[in-house]
Design a protein around this ligand. Structure first.
Ligand code: ASP
Length: 327
């Protein structure tokens, strides 16, 4: 009870403290309350994930558990073909997962190329909390998960298997924009004290080479935060995001005074310039979300079709079409 009272009190202070200072990059909507706590996540499956994270935060369980349990909703959903259970497999028909998590003290944990574990984000949290390392990969990550009590299960659903068999007819690696090379869930959260947390989890690009790891488990690429500045996360073609250290760069630009929108836009433009003449240009999509220390937020993508989910005191389950560089 006293936790709840503290929460309400802090929220009210937070609102008073920052609402008059903040503008939102993305919405020209004067009715939107600009404050924290606030959660943003990539894509429309972020709506449900945000809802869960919000509940956890409201129950006083803390920002780290909120982002973890929030993205677990997407990991468990077989309809989401890009995250966890039901995610599209690699070209050998094997589902391999990447995830990372980061807290306000820059503690972070990550797993990559993890198989047969439904909730890689929770394994990443264990890596952060129970090991001296940041990242575990492949069999080592699996062995570690099993040692922590995680159960092995088959993550390839019948629907994803069918799509994989169909893809094999031509075996052409040219991801369908916004469908096959997308939909990682990345979540950024600023709590009622103004502290930042982030999580990112994915089954990666559909039909990737066996062993391929994308940006999502790489701190600085798929996710980055600095509690003095802000947080950023990515979705899209991981190779392009890694080549620019995308999320870290977005945060650094915010440190230098850029708004979340300006920061995301600058990095998307940088990626665009680098890849314009490459063979991947036809299927290249990248999107970033960013949240600064004041609770201002934005999303921006290379191509049309990227959206992100917002949840705060005023806006429950709001889906926002991100601005984009090209049509
Ligand atoms: N960024 C992910 C990857 O390249 C793909 C995605 O966003 O779905 O692995």
């Amino acid at each position: 009870m006293s936790n709840r009272r503290n929460f309400i009190k802090k929220s009210a202070l937070g609102t008073l403290g920052v609402s008059s200072l903040l503008g939102c990059d993305e919405l020209n909507n004067a009715n939107i309350i600009k404050t924290y706590p606030r959660i943003i996540s990539t894509w429309n499956h972020g709506l449900e994930a945000n809802q869960k994270a919000w509940e956890i935060l409201k129950n006083g369980k803390g920002g780290l558990s909120a982002v973890e349990q929030g993205v677990m909703v997407s990991e468990a959903d077989p309809q989401i073909r890009s995250v966890g259970y039901g995610g599209y497999p690699d070209r050998d028909g094997i589902v391999t997962l990447d995830a990372c998590i980061m807290d306000k003290n820059s503690n972070c944990g990550s797993v990559s190329f993890l198989q047969n574990i439904k909730h890689p984000i929770s394994v990443a949290r264990h890596v952060m909390e129970d090991t001296p390392h940041v990242m575990l990969s492949g069999k080592g990550a699996l062995d570690f998960a099993i040692s922590k009590g995680f159960k092995q299960e088959d993550l390839l659903t019948d629907d994803s298997r069918k799509d994989w068999i169909k893809w094999k007819e031509n075996s052409n690696y040219k991801p369908v924009i916004n469908i096959e090379n997308h939909d990682t869930i990345s979540m950024l959260l600023i709590d009622d004290s103004g502290d930042l947390y982030g999580a990112c989890t994915t089954s990666g690009a559909a039909w990737k080479m066996h062993g391929r790891v994308g940006d999502s488990p790489i701190i600085g690429a798929g996710l980055f935060l600095d509690n003095e500045v802000g947080a950023a996360a990515a979705t899209g073609l991981g190779e392009a995001i890694i080549k620019t250290s995308g999320s870290a760069m977005v945060v650094e630009l915010m440190r230098q005074g850029a708004s979340p929108l300006e920061a995301c836009k600058t990095i998307v433009k940088r990626i665009s310039k680098l890849h314009k003449s490459g063979p991947e240009w036809d299927y290249l999509q990248v999107g970033f979300i960013a949240l600064n220390k004041n609770g201002e937020y934005a999303g921006y993508s290379l191509r049309k079709g990227f959206n992100y989910s917002l949840h705060d005191e005023k806006n429950k389950n709001l889906l926002i079409d991100a601005k984009h560089e090209i049509g």
